[in-house]
Design a protein around this ligand. Structure first.
Ligand code: HEM
Ligand code: HEM
Length: 171
């Protein structure tokens, strides 16, 4: 996907990574909050005010992730991403690459499938959305563990470059 192999990420790319990560993890942890309102609507019942409130939070945060993901993808094409650290095995590269691809897919796929279920009233989309939860929890854990492993065990700059912008960064 990359169009360039710079030394690091720009400030905007870094901020977007961490804001999206925080919102995404929040959604995974508190996603159940929308389930009761969605079930009520599907059964033709009126959800409680509290259930509607919880559902709205899930919907708005999820749609925010979608907008931020679109900006992030544009920046990714514009500024690229740094190469894998020197000395990384092909297996490690494949795991990191696959995790990144799944996470990029998820920050678009989760809001879109959720919106199809919620606004389109298509329960199958909600089922796919729910089934993705355990898979995405596992991928986020592997991704975060990989970043910590790189920092503390392999002692590469992989975590630092997602904290400190590259020196020539303009955005
Ligand atoms: C970052 C984006 C999102 C993530 C990570 C996410 C995650 C989740 C999770 C973890 C659940 C609960 C699964 C469970 O424990 O049963 C859930 C349910 C649900 N979400 Fe999302 N969600 C996101 C965005 C959205 C958006 C934008 C909408 C609507 C516009 C939405 C609509 C729904 C609906 C309708 C359900 C209930 C599905 C059902 O019960 O079949 N989600 N979501
Ligand atoms: C929760 C703790 C997390 C940590 C410690 C973390 C750490 C990192 C680090 C260090 C990188 C840079 C990898 C490199 O330059 O080779 C990175 C990249 C990335 N992270 Fe995370 N991350 C976390 C959560 C997330 C979440 C929740 C998502 C998405 C839902 C995510 C999506 C991505 C993506 C797509 C990349 C690739 C960036 C690119 O090449 O454009 N991360 N992450």
């Amino acid at each position: 996907m990359s169009v360039a192999r710079p030394a690091g990420y720009t400030t905007a790319q870094i901020i977007l990574h961490w804001v999206i990560a925080a919102l995404f993890v929040f959604q995974l942890v508190f996603g159940e909050d929308i389930v009761s309102a969605y079930r009520a609507y599907r059964q033709g019942a009126t959800p409680t005010d509290a259930a509607i409130f919880d559902a709205n939070i899930h919907v708005y945060i999820g749609l925010t992730v979608l907008v931020l993901a679109a900006i992030r993808l544009i920046l990714r094409f514009r500024y690229g991403a740094p190469p894998a650290p020197a000395g990384e095995s092909n297996v490690q590269k494949a795991i990191a690459h696959t995790a990144h691809a799944v996470l990029y897919l998820a920050i678009f796929g989760m809001p879109i499938s959720g919106a199809i279920a919620w606004f389109g009233g298509i329960p199958e989309a909600g089922e796919v959305h729910e089934l993705a939860k355990p898979v995405l929890i596992a991928v986020v854990v592997i991704h975060a563990a990989g970043a910590l492993w790189q920092h503390f065990v392999a002692k590469t700059d992989v975590l630092t470059r997602m904290v400190k912008p590259r020196s020539d960064a303009r955005a």
